[in-house]
Design a binder for this molecule. Structure first.
Ligand code: B3K
Ligand code: ZN
Length: 855
């Protein structure tokens, strides 16, 4: 029934073209007869005309399912089928459509739709994967009540909602909550469950399960605790209770991202849920806690209230990231959590916003929606909500969220709906605030000050650089948290929120006895680049005393950026006063070890390159890398006498716990170990490696040894010890690709791709190897171009296997405008080589075309 001539060039979809669906759903019945290469899917869907639709044509999406038969109200019909879907003449009245299709999960290496992972059937339907399973109105504003029957010999058969009935070789599930197809999920496998239960605040008993392969059953306890903590937190903080009798999580090895919030059946990349002290680091535990929370929180922000169309993705993702950030701040140290969030935002989102892939938090067009699950939609989307909360205040935020849930439960909504809720509940006009959703680019805010006769004024300017397709930018509303400190760091004017709404404006303080130290953009109150170079340099005081821990860290970071940039540009050595202050900071036992570990972090080569670029210079990755090495060596020597004691004082003797307190001690001790390794030829690191009782210690020691060029024996020992733990072997691949020196890393990585354990079919392994290499900035940007060639070769190979993961990884090339002409030319040549590949996927074609300059 295929009409091959219907194949068309990739089409651009526009927000402005949104049309309501022609038909709405009542009920959906699906039967899956599972078989690796020939799964049959039988569907029975009750439709009714949408009174609000103008276009009445009946169209079902479908990409790949082989249609065996179709019926309309019980009578056989022959729809017109193309490679995008099917059309059929239908009555202008309710009707039932039935069909049977065949699909091939075993051949599905793209990991979208129904696929096989190590003998387990599983699904990934967001954003548009359901159309690879069967013919269906695969758009988020079409919601149905699903009943699903799964037939298979495999022992565990799962789908969304509550279990209805089961027998030998089959199980039936019913999900009472209407949902779009992207939230559909099915799992069948030889699995075991780590089980628990939870009683909701409204008295519902919920069975909780984490399903894994038998060998992983000892790695589920932490995830389960994180799930229960998330359920409690959402009740206490947002008043949201869970709404089914069962909540299942399944760990899958082959997965394109972290996890997926399918209603009642979350599917997780095994790296985002499995953890034991021996196999996972403190950072892994923290990430797992955050992802479990994130997916659970989607039950309300995403599932109960979903998106009208995919342009509204930030409606669920920005809000859910903001909620998981709040959760982490409550569960751990709020200051450390905020610094981590801002570091990630700057590393990924600011970089995106400054390059050829810049787009608004709510984009206005796309070719492949999977290319818009970006740091801008997620992390900047969360920052926008953080600003909104700061501007309206905590109580008004809580009231607005209550109204949002009450007004829109069960609906598919837009950013306009979201903002209207806030306007209605607070009376504020949010027209200017909406620019944060509509306009791309990171605003640059410049501040200078003046002081005269007890009157102190801060003068602000804002300007947003041009982004692709958007040259002139109107001023935005920027909430700037400000306090004044005296010369000793004591607060003399408490924190207030100044809203900068114009291109230029000022904030005045009267009765200020002496010129104060301004603490500006406290807590990183807005996602902007702040230039405070016109202010007096008070950063050494702020680093030691600012009452806002974010700004204390920021002062340390700015000093490090400035010192290292000067070293890289012309060899200026660090000031002794700065090295002294650094030593004092790391030894200051009055501050949280986790915070000190963050302040002691040397900026990445990429962050330094960005800083040098904003100073109007062209960064040289190799010179920056050398400066970082020299700087670390100088710090080690300057702090030499303090290091053994610091290292000893922060060893944890209690049994391993993945909590923030213990993790903070380990983080600081491991930073110190990095410095000690520069002085003792790796003796201490080898001792830590040999005696390690948890992965945090073991991996940090291995990293220190590899960095020092003394890691060969330890790498072999690590591999031998962990060869049956695939998540640990990912670390083994990743560490070598990311920490090998710039001159050899491309060869090391290329050799790793020849290792028996390397496979491009597993996204975790591919990312651990090639993704880590691309993040090794000095190596990836090696002047020879060998890094660009290696990545391009592998992306060309991977595109034939998994377009979505390939497309994501092309963003390694988005920084081309930052570098010198030779590197720019080499990066563009590598991109053109990818673009020239025959049959290149739509996903990668869109990304590479956007990254390359206009011809
Ligand atoms: N909603 C999913 C992401 C789906 C990505 C599709 N390419 C996970 C999350 O954000 O929670
Ligand atoms: Zn999400």
């Amino acid at each position: 029934m295929k009409d091959a001539s219907a194949a068309t060039a990739p089409e651009t979809i526009y927000l402005a073209d949104y049309q309501p669906p022609a038909y709405l759903l009542e009920t959906v019945h699906l039967t899956f007869k599972l078989s690796p290469s020939a799964t049959r899917v039988i569907s029975k869907i009750a439709f009714r005309p949408n009174p609000e639709a103008t276009d009445k044509r009946f169209f079902l999406h479908g990409e790949g399912p082989d249609l065996k038969w179709a019926k309309l109200d019980g009578a056989p019909v022959t729809p017109v089928v193309t490679d995008k879907g099917l059309t059929l003449e239908v009555p202008d009245a309710p009707f039932v459509f039935e069909a049977e299709v065949e699909i091939d999960p075993a051949a599905n290496t793209a990991l979208e739709g129904l696929y096989l992972s190590n003998g387990m059937f599983c699904t990934q339907c967001e954003a548009e994967g359901f159309r690879r399973i069967t013919y269906y109105p695969d758009r988020p504003d079409v919601m149905g009540v699903f009943t699903v029957r799964v037939e298979s010999d495999l022992p565990v058969l799962l789908s969304n909602g509550n279990p209805v009935a089961q027998g030998d070789g089959w199980a039936e599930w019913h999900d009472p909550w209407p949902k779009p197809a992207y939230l559909f999920a099915l799992v069948a496998g030889d699995l075991v469950a780590h089980s628990d239960s939870f009683t909701t605040m409204d008295g519902r008993d919920v069975a909780l399960n984490i399903y894994v392969r038998a060998a992983d059953i000892d790695k589920c306890a932490f995830g389960m605790e994180a799930l229960k903590a998330s359920m409690t937190w959402d009740e206490q903080v947002y008043g949201r209770a869970y709404d089914l009798d069962i909540f299942n999580i399944v760990a899958v090895d082959d997965f394109n991202m972290g996890a997926m919030e399918n209603k009642g059946l979350n599917i997780f990349n095994s790296s985002a849920v499995l953890a034991s002290p021996e196999t996972a680091t403190d950072a892994n535990f923290e990430r797992i806690e955050a992802i479990i929370a994130h997916e659970y929180f989607h039950n309300w922000t995403g599932n109960r209230i979903t998106c009208r169309d995919w342009f509204q993705l930030c409606l669920k993702e920005g809000l859910t990231v903001f909620r998981d950030q709040q959760f982490t701040a409550d569960m751990r140290s709020a200051a450390v959590a905020r610094i981590n969030d801002v570091q990630a935002l700057r590393a990924r989102q600011f970089r995106e916003d400054a390059g050829p892939l810049a787009h608004p938090v709510r984009p206005e067009s796309f070719v492949e929606i999977n290319n818009f699950y970006t740091a801008t939609v997620y992390e900047k989307g969360a920052e926008v909500i953080r600003m909104l909360k700061l501007m309206v205040g905590d109580d008004a935020y809580a009231k607005s969220l209550d109204l949002y849930f009450a007004r829109h439960d069960g609906q598919a909504c837009t950013i306009e709906d979201w903002l209207t809720v806030f306007e209605d509940s607070t009376g504020r006009d949010l027209a200017q605030f909406k620019l944060w959703y509509q306009s791309a680019g990171t605003p640059h805010v410049t501040v200078h000050d003046s002081y005269e006769d007890g009157s102190y004024t801060l003068h602000f300017d804002q300007q947003t650089p041009a982004t692709p397709g958007e040259v002139d930018k109107a001023p935005r509303v920027i909430p700037i948290a400000v306090a004044l400190l005296d010369r000793h760091g004591k607060t003399i004017a408490p924190e207030q929120i100044f809203e900068l709404t114009k291109t230029q404006d000022s904030l005045r303080f009267e009765g200020v006895a002496a010129k104060p130290i301004p603490s500006v953009l406290r807590g990183f109150s807005a996602p902007v680049v702040l230039d405070r170079s016109a202010l007096d340099d008070t950063r050494l005081v702020q680093m030691a005393h600012d009452s806002d821990p974010f700004n204390a860290w920021e002062a340390a970071r700015e000093l490090a950026l400035e010192t290292l940039s000067a070293m890289a540009l012309d060899g200026t050595p660090p000031a002794t006063a700065y090295l002294d202050a650094w030593r004092q900071m790391i030894r200051n036992e009055d501050t949280d070890p986790a915070f000190r570990a963050l302040c002691a972090g040397v900026p990445s080569v990429m962050e330094l390159a960005g800083h040098i670029k904003t100073q109007g210079q062209t960064p040289d990755p190799s010179a920056i890398d050398d400066a970082c090495e020299t700087f670390a060596q100088m710090l080690a020597e300057h702090c030499q006498d303090s290091l053994p004691r610091l290292y000893a004082d922060h060893q944890v003797s209690a049994a391993y716990q993945p909590d923030a307190t213990q993790a903070g001690h380990r983080a600081l001790a491991n930073r110190v170990l990095g410095l000690i390794t520069r002085l003792d030829s790796g003796a201490q690191a080898q001792a830590q490696f040999d005696g390690a009782t948890n992965m945090t210690q073991q991996l940090a020691a291995l990293g220190a040894l590899v960095r020092a060029g003394k890691g060969d024996a330890a790498l072999d020992a690590f591999y031998t010890q962990w060869q049956h733990e695939r998540l640990v072997i990912d670390k083994w691949f990743g560490l070598q690709a990311s920490l090998s020196p710039a001159d050899t890393a491309a060869q090391v990585t290329s050799d790793l791709t020849q290792h028996a354990d390397f496979t491009a079919k597993n996204p975790n392994r591919f990312r651990a190897t090639l993704g880590s290499f691309a993040a090794n900035t000095a190596a990836f940007h090696h002047a020879s171009g060998s890094g660009y060639d290696l990545l391009a070769d592998w992306l060309i190979t991977l595109d034939g296997i998994n377009p979505q993961t390939t497309a994501r990884m092309t963003s390694a090339f988005e920084t081309w405008p930052m570098w010198d002409a030779d590197r720019q030319a080499k990066m563009q040549a590598a991109l053109r080589r990818i673009l020239a590949k025959d049959g290149l996927s739509r996903d990668v074609t869109e990304m590479v075309t956007r990254i390359l300059p206009d011809p």
